[in-house]
Design a protein around this ligand. Structure first.
Ligand code: SAM
Length: 309
């Protein structure tokens, strides 16, 4: 299978109906058009494609691409966050029980005043961190905390305890039934893995497309957001990922990877240097998950790919 750069934007993204069921730092919704431009030309015409997303997070690209390209007959997703992955599996396998739990959480939470909501939130957070919950309960708590915490952040301390404070949304939609059902239907053809991104390498080969969206390299010393998991993601990890991309590329997989445009600081052009044999495109994105509203502005990000130019 040969890939080349797509020269047009496919229209009508509104026809999609399954969308991310959580807010997730680094969500890629606004980069979809740019990602689409880097996809293989005539992707619609290929018969059987496997889509692989080793850092799935909230899955903005996953849900979009699966609905846009029904000829993707198989997908494999992975993330190192085991609670997130448990939630994906419960949505796929046990949607009914999950919705029952979420409806109770929603009803109880919305019936309270602000002070009592905070107490309720903190006791659900303690329950979540106790790691005693069943998988269905864990998934319900994961979604509940995401919808009611400060800014939809996911942050854990060095012991792996979720420590985001209560948020102040007036009427959060904790149980979005329609979307959860749509997501569940879509996930039926998805294999869901939990671990380091490297475990997806064995799926590389012809007719496979990888989209890689690792934790970004901080663009400055003060802008770091690397705590999706207690493991973090250092420059050594970024280089390990580059080596991974090189290997899957040799195995004839197509890949697109995103990252920050970490080039203005002391260490200039980090990604230009480490990905010098691949294509790098600079794109503009609005970043919403920032504690300071004044800092939620457009930033330059990069898309790296092995598309032929
Ligand atoms: C930038 S986010 C992905 C955002 C996603 N594209 C979206 O639209 O929501 C990076 C993800 O990588 C995961 N992660 C961090 N280190 C990892 C590793 N070594 N292997 C696999 N996943 C990892 C984090 O848990 C997080 O969900």
């Amino acid at each position: 299978m040969r890939f080349s750069r797509c020269s047009f934007i496919f229209a009508n993204m509104k026809s999609t109906n399954a969308k991310p069921f959580i807010k997730w730092a680094g969500g890629k919704y606004q980069l979809l058009e740019e990602i689409e431009l880097s996809l293989p030309k005539n992707l619609h015409k290929y018969k059987e494609i496997t889509y692989i997303e080793p850092f799935v997070g909230g899955g903005a690209v996953l849900f979009w691409i699966l609905q846009k390209y029904p000829n993707i007959t198989r997908a494999i997703i992975n993330d190192i966050n085991s609670e997130l992955i448990c939630t994906y599996r419960i949505i796929r396998n046990n949607i009914k029980d999950l919705i029952l739990q979420l409806e109770v959480l929603q009803k109880e939470y919305l019936s309270l005043d602000t002070e009592k909501r905070k107490e309720y939130y903190l006791s659900r957070r303690t329950e979540y961190n106790s790691k005693q919950a069943s998988d269905v309960r864990l998934a319900a708590l994961f979604i509940f905390l995401n919808k009611t915490c400060f800014n939809g952040l996911y942050r854990v301390n060095s012991k792996g305890m979720f420590n985001v404070p209560h948020g102040k949304y007036e009427n959060p939609r904790i149980c979005d039934k329609e979307n959860l059902h749509a997501v569940s239907a879509l996930l039926q053809k998805v294999d869901i893995l939990c671990g380091d991104f490297s475990i997806t390498e064995k799926y590389a080969g012809e007719s496979t497309i990888f989209y890689l969206d690792p934790p970004y390299k901080p663009i400055s010393a003060t802008s770091s957001f690397t705590s999706y998991s207690k493991e973090g993601f250092s420059d050594t990890e970024q280089i390990r990922l580059r080596d991974f991309c090189t290997r899957i590329s040799r195995m004839k997989s197509f890949f697109i990877a995103s990252n920050s445009d970490a080039k203005e600081e002391a260490e200039k052009s980090f990604f230009d240097r480490i990905y010098s044999t691949f294509n790098i495109k600079r794109v503009s994105a609005r970043r919403f998950i920032n504690a300071n509203p004044l800092k939620r502005c457009s930033v330059s990000e990069i898309l790296i790919s092995n598309t032929t130019q």
